[in-house]
Design a protein around this ligand. Structure first.
Ligand SMILES: [Zn+2]
Ligand SMILES: [Zn+2]
Length: 480
């Protein structure tokens, strides 16, 4: 058994920080108890190892943490570089799933290749599991990746957001000659620009690549975006009409509820949502949960799709796609002939799928006919943080939907725009790309504008919220 005792600054619901006394008692095989101010606060099973934090980045999710549906106070921070007793450096994937902990399980989500959506997971520095703004973390054993010596600390601390950026780029799958825009690039968005540029460079070796545009309000950020690899930069002052539908895909990295409507106005093919600000946007109330679950929204096909070209053909986990039909009108005969269609309200259907004994206990696809129906498909039952639709699943908007309250849904129903979203990405691919792309070696020196000592966490948050800061990093005391 190991016992680690330390003081750590917790983030509280009123956005202040306060010190609490922590003790971790346990080990990798038998599990851990986390004590807070002398009382048991969290019982973790096996599959965690204690690592000493070296540094941790401040991201927009941290700054909006009080809007997220997880308990506070908590030691937050999830962009961690940590060291073991031998001084080896690690970055840590944040979802403590069965798979990440390396424990035996019968979890449908981990078995379906969706460990980042494991319903039993806690999440480093976001949901229950103490994070990297304290001196010690308990890291899921299979989630710790050693940092190659060629990657410096100031780049290693960007691996978590860079992996998320790269995952977004893979999700939108840019095509030759497309124009891909990053809206509001700052701490995350500049990494999306860098990831797009790196993928573009690789693509250019075989075929024509795509253009990488940055759309900013602050002219100083236009120049910065070019240093990260943007091939064009646009300063948008005032309404977005000047750039209306100028881009095939727009990735909204603003972290701001108003960003989505702008992204919708600018995009032809797809809007990709990367913001988890926890607030309503475009007449929808569950978009942060949509991003957490990596759900997409598209238009329901107006006629029967040919063969395997249905929007859900890649999503089904059983022999026939599971389609939850929540619309007032009846489903078309071609749909009921080819898919397993269940009709009802979202809460009843969610309870139905939750009882599934094979595959994921969710629908593959939900068809809705209103903004309220879209919200209900994302979180149908109060008190249950569970969607009706599966992670990485699809919400389809019926042709008769009332879209008057949502410019996003109006664009989806009216002109066939798609919304996609993504959250965490794989660290292995991110580390490989960082290690093999010389242009990315200076990522840290370009992005990290401010560094703070661990005791100055409140100041780090104040500065991170200011215009002059792109990325703030918090450093813990060196190991004694
Ligand atoms: Zn983050
Ligand atoms: Zn699991």
């Amino acid at each position: 058994m190991t016992t680690l005792a330390f003081d750590a600054l917790e983030y509280r619901a009123d956005q202040s920080f306060a010190t609490a006394r922590y003790r971790y008692v346990g080990d990798e095989q038998s599990g851990w108890t986390v004590e807070r101010d002398g009382k048991p606060a969290l019982a973790l099973g096996p599959g965690y190892r204690a690592l000493r934090v070296r540094q941790c980045g401040v991201c927009s999710t941290d700054l909006a943490r009080h809007h997220l549906p997880f308990p506070l106070p908590q030691v937050i921070g999830h962009e961690v570089v940590a060291v073991d007793a031998d001084g080896r450096r690690y970055v840590v994937e944040i979802n403590a799933s069965h798979e990440a902990r390396g424990v035996a399980h019968t979890c449908a989500f981990c078995q379906a290749g969706l460990p980042t959506h494991c319903p039993d997971r806690v999440t480093l520095g976001i949901h229950d599991l103490p994070g990297g703004f304290g001196p010690w973390i308990l890291a899921p054993v299979a989630a710790c990746l050693e940092v190659p010596p060629t990657i410096p600390d100031d780049v290693a601390v960007l691996v978590e957001p860079f992996a998320a950026a790269l995952h977004a780029v893979r999700t939108i799958a840019p095509r030759a000659d497309e124009r891909i825009a990053v809206l509001g690039p700052r701490r995350l968005g500049m990494l999306v620009v860098a990831a797009l540029a790196a993928v573009r460079t690789a693509m250019n070796r075989h075929e024509r690549g795509f253009d990488v545009a940055a759309v900013v309000r602050d002219p100083a950020l236009a120049g910065l975006a070019r240093t990260f690899g943007a091939t064009e930069a646009h300063v948008l002052n005032g309404p977005p009409e000047a750039l209306a539908r100028a881009f095939d895909v727009v990735i909204d990295t603003t972290g701001n509820p108003d960003g989505l409507a702008t992204a919708v106005a600018l995009a032809r093919r797809e809007v990709h949502l990367k913001s988890t600000h926890g607030q309503p946007a475009c007449g929808l109330h569950r978009l942060t949960d949509l991003v957490v679950d990596e759900i997409g929204i598209a238009r329901f096909p107006r006629e029967a799709p040919v063969a395997d070209s249905a929007p859900w053909s890649a999503l089904r986990t059983g022999p026939r796609a599971r389609v939850a039909w929540t619309c007032a009108k009846a489903p078309p005969a071609w749909l009921t002939a080819t898919a397993d269609v269940q009709r009802g309200d979202a809460a009843t259907l969610a309870a139905h799928y939750a009882r599934a004994t094979a595959g994921l206990p969710r629908a593959d696809v939900v068809v809705a006919d209103s903004a309220a129906g879209v919200d209900a498909a994302i979180r149908p039952r109060p008190g249950h943080e569970q969607a009706l639709v599966r992670p990485r699943g699809l919400l389809l908007l019926h042709a008769d939907a009332d879209t008057s309250t949502s410019p996003l849904l109006a664009a989806i129903g009216g002109r066939g725009l798609r919304l996609s979203s993504s959250r965490c990405g794989g660290f292995r691919q991110a580390l490989d790309l960082l290690a093999s792309t010389p242009e990315l070696a200076r990522l840290g020196e370009r992005l990290v504008t401010h560094t703070f000592a661990g005791r100055d966490l409140a100041q780090a948050f104040t500065v991170a919220r200011s215009r002059g800061c792109i990325k703030a990093v918090v450093q813990q005391e060196p190991v004694q």
